[in-house]
Design a protein around this ligand. Structure first.
Ligand SMILES: Cc1cc2nc3c(=O)[nH]c(=O)nc-3n(C[C@H](O)[C@H](O)[C@H](O)COP(=O)(O)OP(=O)(O)OC[C@H]3O[C@@H](n4cnc5c(N)ncnc54)[C@H](O)[C@@H]3O)c2cc1C
Length: 337
């Protein structure tokens, strides 16, 4: 029988802490699948790593066999960076430890966690750290890439709140990077993505965020230019505890959206006010609402922070075929729409 990477891995990685999955295994299809169904790659080996030593051994195995290596956190990356044709996937999903220290106001998070898991653990202490807007996204990709979400105006990006990381380097060595030790590496992983090593554990700063006032305001899509211009003028002056992101979209055809606006094309703002006082939130949103026609829907309400974080999960389920494009603009011109 020809020796394949998975056979070689089973021979060479005796006592491996995790799972070694190859194309002939029943778990293979599920193990090779990532969030975006446009990505249909077939790795030679998916190695589910249950500790940092397993990560180091998989890196060494891929190097010694000259196989390309992909590192997977939550597997959400739109272009599928968490998988690779014919190579080795170091799947960090078993690294799920979460430890909240309410006194120090920090949370230590395994490199394979997704944000919903972290949000629920910190919420039990009335605390949170910023992430993205989908709770199934991996901590690994966001915490090494940037992390822009509902808490950004109040608490900064995810990388602004990263205090420390345990990293396995390409030569298999394990280091801790923070403001005092391995400072260059600490700088590089806060935005450099997965290019500098595999983070097996992250330490984040926590903030007093528990109940938030959150939800959407929708206007007819025909008013987009006015909504965008008013939003552009309003948000930079709004208090930092109020976040609102602009969207164009179609109202989902299901409750809780009123039937008469379901499937309408809209321009909208999705709010998240990090204080728990609905009246304060309403006061802070008022200048934008006053500057525009009566909306089709204005529905911010009080909810636990993890519920806000999961609000869009149903609209962005894994397994759909997604094609995204993005661009940067310095400002929103008056005739943007
Ligand atoms: C529907 C959707 C919504 C999104 N919304 C937001 C948003 O609101 N805000 C935002 O900032 N981003 C958002 N993103 C982008 C998302 O943050 C990135 O795609 C991110 O890289 C996903 O992280 P992941 O761990 O799930 O991805 P993966 O596909 O597992 O990995 C992505 C990259 O990160 C690397 N990586 C992952 N884990 C580690 C680790 N532990 N150590 C080292 N490298 C690692 C991988 O090697 C790969 O290069 C969104 C993406 C999607 C698909």
């Amino acid at each position: 029988m020809t020796s394949t990477p998975v056979h070689a891995a089973r021979r060479e990685l005796a006592g491996f802490n995790g799972e070694l999955i190859g194309p002939d295994d029943s778990a293979y299809h599920e193990a090779r699948t990532v969030y975006n169904a446009m990505i249909d790659r077939r790795p030679a080996l998916v190695a589910r790593c249950a500790d940092a030593d397993a990560v180091a051994r998989v890196i060494g195995f891929a190097r010694s066999h000259a196989l390309p290596l992909a590192v997977r956190g939550g597997g959400h990356h739109g272009a599928g960076l968490g998988t690779v044709d014919g190579g080795v996937v170091a799947d960090l999903s078993p690294l799920k430890d979460i430890h909240v220290d309410p006194e120090a106001r920090t949370v230590r998070v395994g490199g394979g966690c997704v944000w919903g898991e972290v949000d629920r653990a910190t919420h039990a202490h009335g605390l949170a750290t910023p992430s993205g807007i989908i709770s199934t996204t991996g901590v690994g990709g966001i915490a090494t890439g940037g992390g822009l979400g509902h808490l950004t105006r109040t608490c900064g990006l995810t990388i602004d709140n990263l205090l420390e990381a345990d990293v396995v380097l390409a030569d298999g060595s394990r280091v801790r990077a923070n403001a005092d030790d391995n400072r260059d590496l600490f700088w590089a992983i806060r935005g450099g993505g997965g290019n500098f090593g595999v983070v097996t554990s992250f330490l984040f700063r926590l903030h007093d965020v528990s109940t938030v006032i959150a939800g959407p305001t929708f206007w007819p899509v025909e008013t987009s230019a006015d909504v965008l211009a008013a939003y552009r003028d309003f948000l930079p002056r709004a208090p930092r505890e109020l976040n609102g992101f602009f969207l164009h979209g179609t109202v989902p055809p299901a409750p809780p959206f009123p039937e008469d606006i379901q499937l309408r094309k809209i321009a909208g703002v999705v709010w998240c006010h990090t204080g728990d006082d609905p009246e304060a939130a309403a006061r802070e949103m008022a200048p934008l609402l006053d500057a525009l026609p009566t909306p089709l829907l204005h529905a911010p309400s009080a909810m636990p922070h993890p519920d806000m974080q999961a609000m869009f999960d149903g609209l962005y389920p894994p397994g759909h075929q997604w094609y995204w494009r993005a661009d940067f603009v310095d400002t929103i011109p008056d005739d943007a729409v």
